[in-house]
Design a protein around this ligand. Structure first.
Ligand SMILES: [Cu+2]
Length: 653
């Protein structure tokens, strides 16, 4: 019998040609609606905050990370969620807006730093996983999150305008403008944002107390005498209010005033590549009030946090294959509050200065070594308690010297094409923050609470081609003197324990066909309290994501399924500064759809339906619900039910 052979080579060739045509205009990382941001460089996730994300984030900077594997957001209401990365919340995730720390004011943590950050007015958001950098003030032990504005410098008179508008379910609407203008020698930027949402409804149709309004205005003026010099002065003001479902208090005021000066000199000498000085002042003024008003003492109260900071930084060329980043940072913050009488009493002051150096050496064209060291000196003073209860350590101060550092080896693999691997070892020493030292400490704990020492191994691999991306990051972390907040019925306390956490994130994105893209991701962290031999509190369960995108001309249609496992291991009433374990949670799956019409490179319209099946669910780390008149009581703050949204973005230049 005669055999028929089919030659597959032409088919493969045609397929390859079709593929390369499809990828000519964009890479596997380009999404019109982001549903999962993968790690595309060692320990680093980079994101464009102007690209729409699903699920629809609140206007502030926390929800934005719901679509980054490894992050979870603790819900309190409609906005002002609390970020957690790999089970680590509070100050362990270092949040920087233009390399400045914003410290919220609320002792009950209504205002995480992200409550004052509006991602869409920034140009770039970067996450550095683990203690794998020492360059930034506040030094994150779990992760460093940077919101950056990349100020454009102009050669001739021109401008750039970005604007977006959004409408959504539950009366949601956002308006954003970010405009720059400049000429040879000067530049200016103006940004404005406004956002409002009414109470949303959960999947059962029950209203959750969650209404909010936020607005921000910012301006930057700069001089660029030549391409190597830049001086800029910027100011930002934002304010708003937010109602809460997890307490019988609302946030009436979230005022932030920021002023910063930055000077940058480049190509100074063969040794000094760049030299930067930044001076900044951040003032946060927050008022909260009881629901319902009782007319009693402390029916409402205000708190303020003022931070002055300075940072000097230089990029150096030390030899042909060694680059160094060295610097100094300083911050001084004062916290005060009143009892509804506008007579403010200071309750704490914290001062920190640090020197840091990070070196990177290219060993060959295939591998490199990066390492850094950071030495911090802290001084904290307990001035009193403005909340009515005098502190046992009033007038006392403490000083601490902290050592943090890391080394990382990065290697382009020879056995696997287009692949890079890394292995890093890091240690981070963290000073307990205001909320641990002052708000939640009892007795002598302000003086006796130890600094937290994170010792973490990070390993990972990334393989990137034009039509696929595979990334895996794993960590193993031993934390000495991990700070736990134990929530009591009348009083909270803090304690140091030893803890172990391990886990990681996996992402795989692959074009199945030239116009059909599949994305998957998985994130899991296991945490153990070694001191008490029980589960570590506030660690989110296993979660996975599956997305499919189909490109049809100017349209892209997408769907994403997020599945979260049940969580049965918990540590009741233990947690961190923002919340505590409430008990076990069941698993759930949420399905969402999106579609985008990209008119041209700059103008696009996106629409989405989040939680299409109107599922009622809550995250494990959610805050507990509070009994609020007019609302159905909930155990945890349920996430929004079916939410439809429509967003238009336009860019002109
Ligand atoms: Cu508050």
């Amino acid at each position: 019998m005669k055999k028929t052979y089919i030659n597959l080579t032409p088919i493969a060739l045609v397929a390859t040609m079709m593929m390369s045509q499809a990828y000519a205009n964009h890479t596997v990382l380009d999404d019109v609606v982001v549903t999962a941001s993968p790690m595309a460089a060692p320990v680093t996730v980079e994101m464009d905050p102007k690209v729409p994300r699903q699920p629809l984030p609140a206007h502030d900077g926390a929800d934005f990370f719901k679509s980054v594997p490894g992050f979870s957001v603790m819900r309190k209401a409609g906005a002002d969620g609390e970020l957690s990365f790999r089970g680590m919340g509070g100050s362990r995730v270092n949040i920087l807006a233009d390399d400045q720390n914003i410290f919220g004011g609320c002792g009950q943590r209504m205002d995480a730093p992200t409550a004052y950050i509006f991602p869409e007015i920034y140009d770039k958001v970067t996450v550095i996983k683990g203690p794998q950098t020492v360059l930034y003030p506040g030094h994150g032990s779990a992760a460093t999150v940077r919101f950056e504005k990349e100020q454009k410098v102009y050669e001739k008179l021109s401008y750039d305008v970005y604007a977006s508008g959004l409408i959504g379910s539950f009366g949601r609407h956002d308006e954003i403008v970010d405009a720059s203008i400049g000429d040879k020698g000067y530049f200016a930027n103006f940004s404005g944002s406004n956002s409002h949402s009414q109470d949303y409804k959960d999947g059962d149709g029950n209203k959750i107390r969650s209404q909010y309004t936020r607005h921000s205005q910012g301006a930057t003026f700069g001089l660029s005498p030549d391409s190597n010099k830049r001086f800029e002065l910027s100011a930002i003001r934002s304010n708003g209010y937010a109602n809460y479902a997890d307490r019988t208090m609302d946030g009436w005021k979230f005022l932030r005033e920021n002023i910063a000066f930055k000077s940058q000199l480049k190509n100074i000498s063969p040794l000094i590549d760049k030299f930067e000085i930044q001076l900044s002042n951040n003032f946060v003024d927050h008022t909260m009030g009881r629901v319902p008003r009782t007319g009693a003492w402390m029916d409402f109260m205000s708190v303020r946090h003022k931070t002055d900071a300075a940072r000097i930084y230089a990029d150096l060329n030390v030899g042909s294959s060694v680059k160094a980043k060295v610097g100094f940072d300083y911050s001084s913050s004062k916290h005060d509050g009143d009892s509804g009488n506008y007579i403010f009493t200071e309750d704490a002051s914290l001062k920190n200065h640090a020197i840091f150096a990070e070196l990177s050496k290219a060993i060959s064209d295939k591998d490199a070594l990066v390492g850094g060291l950071r030495l911090d000196h802290w001084r904290a003073t307990d001035d009193s308690s403005p909340m009515g209860t005098p502190s046992a350590t009033k007038g006392k101060s403490r000083s601490d010297n902290l050592t943090s550092g890391f080394v990382r080896y990065e290697n382009n693999l020879t056995l696997v094409s287009n692949a890079k691997s890394y292995v890093g070892l890091g240690r981070s020493e963290r000073m307990p923050d205001y909320w641990e030292l002052i708000s939640n400490s009892a007795g002598q704990q302000f003086l006796t609470l130890k600094t937290e020492k994170t010792n973490q191994l990070d390993v990972g691999i990334i393989r990137k081609t034009d039509y696929s991306l595979l990334s895996a990051s794993f960590f193993y972390n031993k934390i000495n003197d991990y700070v736990v907040v134990v929530y009591g019925s009348s009083m909270n306390s803090v304690r140091n324990i030893n803890a172990t956490t391990y886990g990681g994130e996996l992402s795989a994105i692959q074009y199945l066909m030239p116009k059909l893209k599949l994305g998957t991701s998985l994130a899991y962290t296991i945490g153990h309290n070694d001191t008490d031999n029980k589960p570590l509190a506030q660690v989110s369960p296993l979660e996975g994501r599956l997305s499919l995108n189909y490109e049809a001309g100017k349209f892209t249609h997408g769907g994403v399924l997020r599945v979260v496992a049940a969580k049965n291991k918990y540590d009741l009433n233990s947690g961190g500064i923002a919340g505590y374990d409430l008990g076990k949670t069941g698993g759930f799956g949420v399905f969402s759809l999106n579609t985008t019409y990209k008119h041209d490179k700059r103008t696009s319209f996106s629409a989405g339906v989040d939680n299409l099946l109107d599922k009622t669910y809550a995250e494990f780390i959610s805050r507990g619900g509070s009994a609020i008149p007019g609302y159905v009581p909930v155990t945890r703050i349920n996430e929004p039910g079916r939410t439809a949204w429509l967003k238009a973005t336009i860019a002109l230049d």
